[in-house]
Design a protein around this ligand. Structure first.
Ligand SMILES: [Zn+2]
Length: 78
């Protein structure tokens, strides 16, 4: 069977509102990311951004400045 039926959200939808906003990746707890990827639930990033996890961040992708700042201000380790 080679019939590929992929249902995708329209992630390439570009209307006239094409601001050249880079796609930032936000810091989200790892267990939440896994849950979201499976369940399709929304996650809350460190900066407060709420979004569904649809893909893993690629190396070199820009990271949300606020998330980064909050993340670095967190106590490392436990
Ligand atoms: Zn963020």
């Amino acid at each position: 069977m080679s019939t590929q039926t992929e249902v995708r959200p329209d992630e390439t939808t570009r209307d006239q509102t094409s601001e050249d906003t880079p796609k930032f990746f936000h810091y989200v707890k790892k267990d939440k990311v896994a849950e979201s990827a499976v369940m399709g639930t929304y996650v809350v990033a460190l900066c407060g951004e709420v979004f569904p996890v649809t893909r893993a961040p690629k190396p070199g992708s820009p990271v949300c400045e606020e998330c980064k700042r909050i993340y670095e201000s967190l106590p490392s380790g436990r």
